[in-house]
Design a protein around this ligand. Structure first.
Ligand code: AP5
Ligand code: MG
Length: 190
């Protein structure tokens, strides 16, 4: 199995690009954000816990998302690999992922990091707010908290994966098609 980490700040285009990546490379898309929004919509106990944190722009506890990921690995088959969108997002999550994969003597194949400047994050998320109505897209303050959370808690993963020789960054600016082609050029190598 291949395990790709789709990395990047809020609004970078992870969800947008994931759609074509999973088709082309026969992968199963796991977005921890989407899984959490599903729990919120269902009104589950986990959803109630997640709602308060997501709407503030903060991360949910590591153990919550780690459990979700392991469950998806266990229950999904018939694909060539997994595309992890928005996970891992902290160093403990990255270490947990390595431990989960080590149980079956597997490892992360590569990261695909979509990078855009902070000003573009705000612009893209505000655009999406008009179409999708995500609660955490509604206020500039929450978007700013997500940007700060990304820099403080998630950015250290760049060094983590660089040290392992697994960090690959692509320019996330330009049109959706331009970014897609850059990603495909990179993915074709794995
Ligand atoms: P999550 O759902 O993962 O949100 P995020 O990381 O903030 O990323 P987004 O989904 O906002 O952006 P995206 O990169 O997918 O961009 P998109 O393709 O939509 O997480 C939400 C919350 O859940 C977190 O804040 C946290 O609370 C919790 N959570 C999730 N995972 C967690 C974890 N592992 N640990 C703890 N907590 C976790 O694109 C954005 C917009 O831009 C769209 O409108 C799109 O059409 C447009 N666009 C995309 N590409 C382009 C382009 N090239 N040109 C022009 N427009 C473009
Ligand atoms: Mg997304």
């Amino acid at each position: 199995m291949k395990y790709y980490v789709l990395f990047g700040p809020p609004g970078a285009g992870k969800g947008t690009q994931a759609k074509e990546m999973v088709e082309k490379y026969n992968l199963h898309h796991i977005s921890t954000g989407a899984l959490l929004r599903k729990e919120i919509a269902a009104g589950s106990e986990l959803g109630i816990l997640a709602k308060g944190l997501i709407e503030k722009g903060c991360l949910v506890p590591d153990e919550v998302v780690e459990g979700m990921i392991e469950n998806e690995f266990r229950t999904v088959s018939g694909v060539e690999g997994f595309l992890l969108d928005g996970f891992p997002r902290t160093l403990p999550q990255a270490e947990a992922l390595d431990r989960i994969l080590a149980k079956t003597s597997e490892e992360v194949t590569a990261t695909v990091s979509i990078m855009i400047p902070d000003e573009m994050i705000m612009e893209r998320i505000k655009g999406r707010a008009l179409k999708e109505g995500r609660a955490d897209d509604a206020s500039e303050e929450v978007i700013n908290t997500r940007i700060v959370t990304y820099h403080n808690q998630t950015e250290p993963l760049i060094e983590y994966y660089t040290d392992k020789g697994k960090y690959n960054e692509i320019d996330g600016t330009g049109t959706i098609e331009e970014v897609r082609d850059r990603i495909f050029d990179l993915m074709d190598k794995f």
